[in-house]
Ligand binder design. Structure first.
Ligand code: MG
Ligand code: ZN
Length: 216
């Protein structure tokens, strides 16, 4: 019985996600669902991406958090339209939350929309939002075993950003072990080692993203 209930919830979500996707495609908005554990650097990645694209692509952001508007305030300070969704305890965004937030964004004047999910490596995997790309931000202090411990997340994403690589010399982080774990699950993932703090690796990500966004 329980399994049936879960299935129904997921298919209802899938239906709304498809409606979101239709709207994005109609408006010509390319959408990224950014997922990660808390503190990995999702908001920092978005900030780092906004700066070099200013004047090239029109960007919008939806921030998902259990509480507070700290992240949306960070984005709004950059002069970028931002909407905060507070889930009030729920540990992931679902398609309906995104659907409700969309009228508050200028979609007609948006080329690229970031949806920052709630910090969580498990259930965001199961809830499509209508995005074109799923992105995971891992960070070096979390450890090199993350792909082995969270195979669900690492196998569904299109993009993997490994943030905080500037800290690698200080950590017991075996990059080859990490990469082998990712490769076994998801050999086609686009992998970007990066430091949002120093800017290392950001340009490669920007170039790739602009190309994907233009391709639609
Ligand atoms: Mg954040
Ligand atoms: Zn959840």
């Amino acid at each position: 019985m329980k399994v049936q209930i879960v299935k129904d919830i997921l298919s209802a979500n899938e239906q709304i996600a498809q409606e979101n996707r239709r709207l994005f495609d109609e408006k010509g908005v390319f959408v990224l669902n950014i997922m990660a554990a808390p503190g990995a650097g999702k908001t920092s990645l978005i900030e780092r991406t906004i700066e070099p694209l200013r004047g090239r692509l029109r960007i919008g952001v939806i921030e998902g958090d259990v509480a507070s508007s700290i992240d949306a305030d960070r984005i709004a300070r950059l002069g970028i339209p931002a909407v905060q969704i507070n889930t009030g305890g729920a540990c992931h965004l679902d398609a309906n939350m995104v659907c409700v937030a969309l009228p508050r964004l200028p979609l007609d004047e948006t080329d690229l929309l970031f949806i920052e999910n709630v910090g969580n490596l498990i259930c965001p995997t199961n809830f499509a939002l209508g995005e074109h790309l799923k992105v995971i931000v891992a960070s070096s202090p979390e450890g090199d075993d993350k792909p082995y411990k969270y195979p669900g997340m690492f196998s569904v994403v299109d993009v993997l950003v490994l943030n905080k690589v500037d800290l690698l010399p200080l950590l017991q982080f075996d990059l080859d072990y990490f990469r082998r774990g990712v490769e076994a699950l998801n050999p086609d993932v686009a992998f970007f080692p990066m430091s949002c703090k120093t800017g290392e690796g950001v340009q490669e990500w920007i170039d790739w993203l602009v190309e994907r966004c233009r391709a639609g």
